[in-house]
Write a protein that binds this ligand. Structure first.
Ligand SMILES: [Zn+2]
Length: 93
């Protein structure tokens, strides 16, 4: 019996996905087939939680709701320096 897992792009939800080699941890990387998509490649499971989509947005949301830096790092299981970097990051206009 063969099992299949439906993979979709985390950015545009397109199911047109191609394999794009392996990372240094021997995890499969994927490339989105949608030409308009911003993401070039992605993995289903990241070794470092900070690379997962949406974690940096969660850092900012937790800071707005009064969580400290070490509190945020403990809950999201990322380094406190990553939290500080995300909070200091400025958006280019
Ligand atoms: Zn995409």
């Amino acid at each position: 019996m063969t099992c299949y897992k439906k993979i979709s792009c985390p950015n545009c939800k397109s199911t047109q996905i191609f394999k794009a080699g392996k990372s240094t941890n021997n995890t499969q990387r994927y490339r989105c087939g949608n030409a308009c998509c911003k993401i070039k490649s992605f993995m289903l499971e990241y070794r470092y939680k900070a690379y997962e989509p949406g974690v940096m947005d969660q850092v900012i949301d937790m800071a707005i709701n009064g969580s400290g830096i070490r509190d945020t790092a403990r809950v999201l299981k990322i380094n406190k320096n990553t939290v500080i970097h995300a909070l200091k990051k400025k958006k280019k206009i």
